[in-house]
Design a protein around this ligand. Structure first.
Ligand code: UDP
Ligand code: MG
Length: 138
């Protein structure tokens, strides 16, 4: 069993895709074991994406991620990290495989609807960024 952190980003919430994202995870046999809605401040977005602090897109990305409400969730299952990433599709929707969330709904490489942790180490950091142990109900 593995846990990963997924986010319906501000563009996904605006497009009414919260249910669609969750449905795709559940249809793949993954379970939602933690869930909440919140709006990050710019500083909170910068902390979440600290690994990208030296990238040219860091400022724009953290503006975007703090522009509106998001839904954060802990997703559990066998190989949850790679399963969620497969369901999401490639970062750039133009390169995302058909049938993935990003191919179906994302408008550009930044506004790409959904986030998923990329490794066990990042999953641990990202889950801990939003959830305390009593908020995860496995
Ligand atoms: N991003 C961007 N421009 C880029 C690469 C990434 O705006 O050239 C944004 C995009 O929203 C992406 C996020 O930064 O989802 C984090 O980038 P990462 O490379 O970790 O992609 P992900 O893991 O989300 O596929
Ligand atoms: Mg990433």
């Amino acid at each position: 069993m593995e846990r990963t952190l997924s986010i319906v980003k501000p563009d996904g919430v605006k497009k009414n895709l919260i249910g669609e994202v969750i449905r795709r995870f559940e249809n793949a046999g993954l379970r939602i074991v933690g869930l909440k809605m919140l709006k990050m401040t710019k500083e909170q977005a910068k902390g979440f994406y600290i690994v990208h602090k030296d990238k040219p897109f860091y400022e724009s990305l953290t503006d975007f991620m703090s522009e509106g409400p998001i839904v954060v969730m802990v997703v559990e299952g066998e190989n949850a990290i790679s399963k969620v990433r497969d369901i999401m599709g490639a970062t750039n929707p133009k390169e995302a495989a058909s049938g993935t969330i990003r191919a179906d709904y994302a408008t550009d490489i930044e506004r790409n609807i959904v986030h998923g942790s990329d490794s066990p180490e990042s999953a641990e950091y990202e889950i801990g960024y939003f959830f305390s142990s009593i908020e995860i109900v496995g």
